[in-house]
Design a protein around this ligand. Structure first.
Ligand code: UD1
Length: 421
């Protein structure tokens, strides 16, 4: 049996929805807590599978994890017994590379199995490797294991050849307990890079400049425990913005940092959607038709690649022809075939998708190919005529908390079902 969502399209979404804590901050901050021997209390955690996997990985390394509630966890890393994360414990977590920065920082050695590529391309770690080597570590990437060891982990000037979120965060984590000053140039500026830096500082680290392209980390001798609350999930906000726009609804999205959404808000306005920003909420309302638009994904503050499949789904029903360029990942249009089954007119040419808007998508069985493509399928289903079955909803559960419940509370006709294999 495969899990699926069954959607009857056509309902406009109305009402208010609360955004959960940021997934991509959570799955970096949980391993980063390994740097401290104190107790870290992490609040506003999203209740999603990827967080649970990361907590399980820490438990296997010897952390004492106490679930205070669905959204609060206390992690005590005073008795870590291993610096080795085997394949059987990390295989479900692509972001397990953060364990390298954390274990290398704390124990000066780490050995972490790396899951393979993902559905939108290889996940190379060459930039992470280069950075740790500059900090004095011997790094070995053989046999699917990311192994790093240093007799003297020291500060270094690191220039990233391209803007990489994972590299920026991993090197920042690794540099906190290193000897001396590390600078990371051409750093990623995503909101969760800043969140990880704030978390590290709340444990006593000295990280400055996060959110700019130049980050400076002055090594400290020891970190303490802390209490830290995660920022809201920028990609979940974008998802509900798209869902509201797709259905011609009127939705107020709460627990939001509107500034994080500037690129998305600007694009939706261009498409004919009303966006009203308040201090901590965004209201998204559409009364007229959707207009076509061209989109290019870029590192923050550009349009996020993780919302690319969702805006493609939206543009599939817009008036006119749109072009979406994927500038971050080499192969992130694999889901397009599923949208075509629903009647979307999309041609892919290398890193560009050319979308000829059609008036009506038609519901049918489709399959999620990854987390964000899965969310795009759900949005297509909400817009489509008739019934859509989105198979493989396990991908969506990796990153969205109570997704179908939140949508149903806004008026969507969506339910979770088991579908025949
Ligand atoms: C993170 C997000 C992912 C998002 C991506 C870009 C997490 C868990 N995942 O992934 O959802 O799509 O940022 O916003 O936070 N690269 C190299 N060498 C490296 C590292 C990266 O060539 O050593 C390339 C990648 O192949 C990719 C680009 O850099 O083309 C950006 O990747 P990166 O920002 O590192 O993505 P992740 O941090 O893995």
């Amino acid at each position: 049996m495969l899990g699926a969502f069954k959607i009857n399209g056509g309902n406009q979404l109305h009402g208010n929805v609360q955004i959960s804590g940021a997934k991509n901050a959570a799955i970096a901050i949980i391993p980063a807590s390994l740097l401290s021997e104190g107790v870290c209390r992490i609040e506003n955690l999203p209740y999603i599978k990827d967080v649970n996997y990361m907590l399980e990985i820490l438990e296997k390394l010897g952390s004492k994890v106490t679930r205070v509630s669905d959204h609060i966890v206390e992690i005590d890393n005073s008795n870590i017994t291993s610096h080795v994360a085997d394949y059987d414990i990390v295989q479900r977590m692509r972001a397990s590379y953060y364990l390298v920065g954390a274990l290398l920082g704390r124990f000066k050695k780490a050995a972490v199995s790396m899951p393979g590529g993902c559905n939108f391309g290889e996940r190379p770690v060459n930039l992470h490797k280069k950075g740790f080597e500059l900090m004095g570590a011997d790094v070995n990437l053989q046999g699917g294991i990311f192994a790093a060891e240093a007799t003297h982990l020291h500060g270094a000037n690191i220039y990233c050849d391209l803007v990489s979120v994972g590299t920026t965060i991993n090197l920042m984590i690794g540099a906190v307990l290193a000897d001396g000053l590390t600078t990371i140039e051409n750093a990623a500026k995503e909101p969760h890079v800043v969140d990880v830096a704030n978390f590290l500082n709340s444990m006593g680290a000295n990280v400055k400049g996060a959110g700019t392209d130049s980050i400076r980390i002055k090594g400290v001798k020891k970190l303490s425990g802390c209490t830290y609350s995660l920022i809201p999930d920028q990609i979940e906000v974008g998802t509900f913005m798209m869902a509201a726009a797709a259905t011609g609804g009127d939705v107020t999205i709460e627990n939001v940092i509107p500034k994080h959404m500037d690129a998305v808000s600007a694009k939706l306005v261009e498409m004919g959607v009303d966006i009203i920003e308040n201090d901590e909420s965004i209201r998204v309302k559409r009364t007229g038709p959707l207009k076509c638009a061209n989109v290019k994904t870029l590192p923050y503050p550009g349009f996020p690649t993780d919302l690319q499949p969702l805006i493609v789904a939206l543009l599939a029903s817009a008036n006119g022809t749109s072009i979406v360029n994927e500038d971050v990942w080499e192969n992130r249009f694999q889901y397009v075939g599923e949208l075509r089954r629903m009647g979307a007119n999309i041609t892919v040419n290398g890193r560009a998708a050319i979308i000829q808007g059609t008036k009506h998508l038609v519901g049918c069985p489709i399959t999620a190919t990854d987390l964000r493509a899965g969310a795009a399928m759900v949005i297509a289903g909400l817009m489509a005529d008739g019934e859509t079955i989105v198979n493989e909803n396990k991908y969506i559960d990796r990153g969205y908390e109570y997704f179908e419940t939140k949508l149903r509370n806004l008026g969507a006709d969506i339910e979770r079902i088991d579908s025949e294999d």
